[in-house]
Design a protein around this ligand. Structure first.
Ligand SMILES: Nc1ncnc2c1ncn2[C@@H]1O[C@H](COP(=O)(O)OP(=O)(O)O)[C@@H](O)[C@H]1O
Ligand SMILES: [Mg+2]
Length: 358
């Protein structure tokens, strides 16, 4: 090819050179077909160097792009957005918001990157911190409110246990005592932010689910079918068992409450499903392996009016709700570097807990 003559892709994508956003067109194997002028500037490389090379190598985390492209190819999404760092020639890292979209031509993807201003990032991080601080305050106040009556509840259950004769009923009082103890531990931890918040040990997720299941069945002994669909290959991981029980319980509890009508109709169902997810992106990070725990119910679904706010504190769709269950659950899962996502339509609500596995 004669020097200076634009390549065929360069001619085809010429218009991209007029844009200020950084744009690369990549093939489905991740190799660069075209890089616009803004991207050349930002990276400090020429497009001739870039063309044909793996575009993933231009990022601080090369695997993320590959995962994203695979997802796009499998039609998991039409467009995907995530934050990443471009690596410039001088080794500086440039924070960008990446938008990946299918091109009109099969097998080609348009990678659009807008530079995230440091200030914007800082503002957002500060806002999140403020919010986290407010949440903490709120949770601490509430923990006090819970702590006071707990001792009374436990004592009363113990007295009751001595009085009852039937074995079935003793099982119930034991559930009360056990749960009061668990809450006590939890509340103590919430109230002592300077103590180690995390009690880390080996967690078996299926044990966690079994605990949650027995608590839910004790509260809803009839008219609720609980299915288990476990992937037995899930390894144990380091984490705080109590926190994960509480997080899962809060989600399952919501599901059971949402199923009131179904329970009356006799076909209420909750499914606990576990899977291993490979090559996933969440919390703006790429993970090779993650645990997926789904809590699925066949209830009416999350009300539209609060759908995008359910994880915020004090957002509740029911009378007498505190709106703290999901906030707390999300906090606990985030302490495990994970996230809870919700996918809900009438008839099927799926809360998915994702936690990175080693
Ligand atoms: N499985 C579910 N099905 C339908 N709605 C749900 C479900 N899970 C949560 N929600 C909605 O989200 C709201 C917030 O839940 P949560 O944070 O636990 O607070 P609370 O249970 O105290 O209302 C609930 O009030 C309910 O409206
Ligand atoms: Mg709740």
């Amino acid at each position: 090819m004669a020097f200076g003559k634009p390549s065929a892709p360069a001619r085809r994508f010429q218009a991209f050179d007029l844009l200020a956003t950084l744009i690369a067109v990549v093939k489905s194997d991740g190799s660069v077909l075209f890089a616009n002028a803004a991207l050349e500037d930002a990276l400090g490389t020429s497009r001739r160097t870039l063309e044909g090379s793996q575009f993933g190598a231009c990022f601080s985390e090369p695997n993320v792009l590959r995962t994203a492209i695979e997802g796009a190819r499998a039609h998991d999404f039409a467009t995907l957005r995530y934050e990443a760092f471009l690596r410039r020639v001088n080794h500086e890292l440039l924070p960008v918001l990446v938008t990946l979209a299918q091109s009109d031509k099969a097998g080609e993807l348009v990678v659009e990157m807008s530079v995230l201003e440091q200030q914007v990032r800082q503002d957002r991080e500060e806002r999140l911190l403020d919010q986290a601080k407010a949440n903490k305050e709120l949770i601490r106040n509430l923990a006090h409110e819970i702590k006071n009556p707990l001792g009374g509840i436990r004592g009363a259950a113990q007295l009751l246990q001595m009085e009852v004769e039937s074995r079935d009923l003793v099982e119930y009082t034991q559930v009360i005592i056990h749960e009061a103890d668990r809450l006590q531990t939890l509340v103590d931890r919430l109230l002592a932010p300077h103590r180690k918040p995390h009690v880390v040990g080996d967690v078996n997720i299926h044990e966690v689910i079994e605990r949650v299941r027995s608590v839910i069945l004790a509260e809803f002994p009839r008219d609720l079918e609980i299915e288990r669909d476990f992937d037995p290959s899930i390894p144990e991981f380091r984490g705080d068992r109590e926190q994960l029980i509480q997080a899962t319980l809060n989600i399952a509890h919501n599901a059971a409450q949402a199923l009131a009508e179904r329970r009356a109709a006799g076909d209420a169902q909750i499914t606990f499903k576990t899977r291993v997810a490979r090559q996933v992106i969440f919390n703006k990070q790429w993970y090779r392996l993650a645990l997926e725990l789904h809590v699925i119910d066949n209830g009416p679904g999350v009300p539209d009016a609060i759908k995008d706010r359910i994880f915020l504190p004090l957002v509740s769709g029911r009378d007498g709700g505190t709106g703290l269950g999901l906030t707390l659950a999300q906090t606990f899962v985030q302490q495990h570097h994970g996230v809870i996502e919700c996918d809900s339509v009438p008839g099927r609500t799926d809360f998915k807990i994702l936690i990175p596995l080693p």
